[in-house]
Design a protein around this ligand. Sequence first.
Ligand SMILES: [Zn+2]
Length: 496
Amino acid sequence: MAEMKIIRGGRLVDIDAHAAPPTDILIRGDEILEVGAPGLAAPPEAEEIDATGQLMHAGLVNGHTHGHGNLAKGMGDRWSLELLLTAAPWISGGRELEDKRLTTTIGAVEMLLKGCTAAYDLTFEFPSPSREGMAASAEAYAEAGMRCVLAPMVADISFFEAIPGLMDELPPQLQQAVGAMRMAPAETTLSAIADVVENWGADADLVRPAVAPTIPHHCTDGFLAGCRDIAHAHGIGLHSHVAESKVQAIASRRLYGKTLLAHMDDMGLVGSDFVVAHGVWLDDADMERLAAKGGHVSHNAGSNALLGSGIADARRMLELGVNLAIGTDGANCSDNQNMYEAMRAALYMSHVRGPDTGRWLSTSEILRAATEGGAKALGLEKIGRVAPGYKADIVFLDLGHVNWIPFNDPVNQIVQTEDGTGVRHVMVGGEMVVRDRAPLRVDMAALARQAEAARARLEAANAERKALFEKLAPVVSSYCPGLAAQPYHIHRYAAH
Ligand SMILES: [Zn+2]
């Protein structure tokens, strides 16, 4: 018989009521069996967990991150998305198998320490994904004790080929250098993805595969169709950066004569298993198409602000029926893996869109997006709520922490005040994986030593790629803003 646990003495967040009544939680194995008033009956053998002075909420779900980004945190300043993509061979290059595990573990442990128990991770291997590399990333999540939908992030067109006119701006020598960094051909990458998915060795309850054609116009149509077919054949998710930057929106109009979302939908990629990352430049018709198919947006407001991509209209997405998740994006483009900060960024960015407070996202809408919305986007129906039948993924906030002195409103304070420092324990599937602010399955001192060794080795290994970035950056940082200076109207049906 599965192990029983009873959590007593804590208070459980009720998002709709903005309340946190005293609540006991009975757990069997990895699932919540019952949620009730203090004194809830439990079998005598149930292990008692004392949650006195603690506020419990469902584990946060990160709708969009990149495991490979965690070794590259803080490597850039004043980078647009296009400069970040130019920097990718330098900041994500030269990785060995152990680096792929290490970078993923760093992100997993950061997310857990900051109250996030599941993530959609688009992870990158150059020039194409590998069974071993994906297994190393999957094991990193499983060992840290975190849930993940793990997608190889793939393309068959390089950044410089994907932006109309950009290659022509480069002198011949740089064209040659960039040409030497091509992605693997479509057939190679598609068969590598199929190999990864068909030989999935990870505990599927914790870590599941998906497919991430990274940016639609960085993929040929044949390649997109190949990704679609693999995902549909295996019943797994698709995730793509759609209409993240204005450069992409303008490129799409030139390349396809329609929006990126329309192109993907016309190719049959958009469905209930499809996640749009960012969606800053989606128009109303895009959002309606997405909503009609049951699709999702991971709203990554911090990343959109940092990279200058714009302010996504999350209110319009909700109005038109799109499921909203909240994402941090990678540590190489929004600096940390803190879902409390990602929620607050989503809140602030909805406010700065305009003075009509009725159009701002509310704290309850945001907390719901960061839990239930994220769970839907990941395709994991049994997470995102603390309720009978759901997985026991629970965050315990310390009400004695200064963030909670005084305790006025649990939902407002989680979104507006909490910054992750109030997280005391984190439970995933009924097991504590963080206790008293320390991860139980990851040796932090060893992690820091390994990371420093990797950092030094990668710095040396990527010196030439860094030098190339420094030559390319001036071209990209003058050409792309010029392209983006063109007028681009986001079509809305009516003023709002
Ligand atoms: Zn991303």
